[in-house]
Design a protein around this ligand. Structure first.
Ligand SMILES: Nc1ncnc2c1ncn2[C@@H]1O[C@H](COP(=O)(O)OP(=O)(O)OP(=O)(O)O)[C@@H](O)[C@H]1O
Ligand SMILES: [Mg+2]
Length: 488
């Protein structure tokens, strides 16, 4: 284990690290911080939840000159929630040094962002579409940017984002330092990345598996129509602190969340068609434990760091095997344990193999939990609560009534009645989720089309097309030209 003070980090940042409670550097931090501080371009790959944010954040903050009021650092992230989270983490690490960090993302008022930019942040953490709007309106100037980071780099360099990223990087001086981080880095994406960088140092933390070892991975083979009951049965038996349920479409996310509510779970959905205000309020409720089950599209698959997530369900397995790695990585973070349960329909077993090939780990088969097991699970949870009362509380004032009850009834009957009263029996209202085609291996190979489609599906129709969005992107013009030529 490496201490932070062995990495050449300055005193204000060491102090900040102490304050946030980071005692030792994680392997990705130990290996990339010194190299990035020397000014190298770095591609950093390490498992989910192993501290990649601080791995790029610390060298970036070190490089910032607080006397200079221009934007010197730029972090680009695929979702708004992640941009906010990364900005918060950089703020915690850079505060003592006096570095100002601002998140900039779509779905928020331009005017409000322009006002916030007047505070002259040194670091901006942004989603690509909105950042490009600001660059084109010259409300964000990138000529003094020295460090550019692509968090979730493989996602940022995929079909859905790459044109925006190219345009953004073009606006930044070439002498910049470029840092790319992700838990996954397919080879073809790494090749694109290297072309945008200067002799990057590649740091890949060696691990037997791409996924985190302390996440127990299971799969349950069931027909589509049994998925919902299987989910509620599993939730009743395993009683997660916080759980995330991933589905492939926004419609199903809404339906699953509503179905869970109908059965008495505290649940809400999050996806790209919701207003930004709603997205934030749902996520905050989940973080504060006011909802227990978050149902999400892949908009919540990458980067989000929410403590207390003990279970991740793949209600629908993802089309993209990389996405599996990121989804299940929402649990088992920073050394904690977690469970991932994937529902596989009989026609999707080949896809399961594809995922296992990528992750180099095996999912264990689990039998679908039955209704009786679920009922037993709920009763056992009540029994545990009773035992806690026995251990903790003073029950003297209840004893007399207890003795009276036992004079008339046998003890098992009395306890059974108490359990019945205390157990919140699950109502079993029928819930229908609209159907979805199974994922197929063949489809997954068609990367190009898939990525364009998926970005719309997960992040929302409106991504990057808000009011005032700069309309004449090179890409669209090119497409237009192509169409015109074809028509001739
Ligand atoms: N050195 C450290 N010691 C203790 N905790 C740490 C350390 N570095 C980071 N953490 C904490 O670990 C958690 C995960 O960190 P982070 O979100 O940066 O992971 P990540 O590698 O970016 O994961 P993902 O691939 O999912 O984006 C965070 O809560 C973070 O504050
Ligand atoms: Mg991250």
């Amino acid at each position: 284990m490496t201490k932070f003070n062995e990495l050449g980090i300055s005193t204000p940042i060491l102090k900040a690290l102490e304050r946030v409670g980071f005692e030792e550097a994680t392997p990705i931090q130990a290996e990339t911080i010194p190299s990035a501080m020397e000014g190298n371009d770095v591609i950093g790959q390490a498992q989910t939840g192993t501290g990649k944010t601080a791995a790029f954040g610390i060298p970036m903050i070190e490089k910032m000159n607080t006397k200079d009021k221009s934007i010197q650092g730029l972090v680009i992230a695929p979702t708004r929630e992640l941009a906010i989270q990364v900005a918060e983490e950089l703020n915690r690490l850079g505060k003592i040094k006096g570095v100002r960090v601002l998140p900039i993302f779509g779905g928020q008022h331009m005017g409000r962002q322009i006002r916030a930019l007047k505070n002259r942040p040194q670091i901006v953490v942004a989603t690509p579409g909105r950042l490009l709007d600001h660059i084109r309106r010259r409300t964000i100037r990138t000529q003094d940017v020295q460090v550019a980071v692509l968090d979730e780099a493989d996602e940022m360099l995929n079909m859905g984002f790459i044109d925006d990223i190219r345009d953004i990087l073009k606006s930044i001086p070439e002498e910049r330092q470029t840092l790319l981080f992700s838990a996954t880095m397919p080879k073809e994406i790494r090749d694109i990345a290297t072309n945008m960088m200067k002799q990057p140092k590649e740091v890949k933390i060696k691990a037997k598996e791409l996924t985190v070892e302390n996440i127990d991975q299971y799969f349950i083979e069931i027909p589509e129509r049994h998925k919902f009951d299987t989910l509620t049965n599993h939730l009743d038996i395993h009683d997660p602190d916080l759980a995330i349920v991933f589905s492939r479409t926004k419609k199903r996310v809404d339906e699953i969340a509503e179905g869970l509510q109908a059965r008495g779970f505290r649940s809400e959905g999050i996806h790209g068609d919701l207003t930004q205000g709603k997205r934030m309020s749902v996520l905050n409720k989940f973080k504060n434990g006011r909802i227990d089950v978050l149902v999400a599209t892949d908009v919540a698959a990458r980067g989000l760091d929410i403590s207390g997530v003990t279970h991740v369900y793949n209600f629908d397995i993802p089309q993209d095997p990389e996405s599996y790695v990121h989804r299940i990585g929402r649990t088992g973070r920073a050394g904690r344990t977690g469970e991932a349960i994937s529902f596989i329909t009989p026609r999707e077993t080949a896809h399961l193999k594809l995922i296992e090939q990528l992750t180099k780990s095996k999912m264990k088969r689990m039998a679908p939990p039955t209704q009786q097991e679920a009922v037993r699970g709920k009763q056992q949870a009540t029994a545990e609560k009773i035992v806690q009362h026995i251990q903790k509380d003073d029950l003297t004032s209840y004893r007399e009534t207890a003795v009276e009850l036992l004079e008339e009834h046998d003890s098992v009957t009395v306890i059974a009645a108490s359990l019945k009263m205390l157990t919140k029996e699950r109502n079993s209202v029928p819930v229908r989720i609209s159907s979805i085609a199974p994922v197929s291996v063949k489809k997954a190979e068609n990367m190009h089309d898939k990525k364009r489609r998926n970005n719309k599906r997960f992040y929302g129709k409106g991504r990057g097309k808000g009011k005032g969005r700069y309309k004449g992107t090179r890409n669209r013009k090119d497409n237009f030209k192509k169409r015109r030529n074809r028509g001739k």
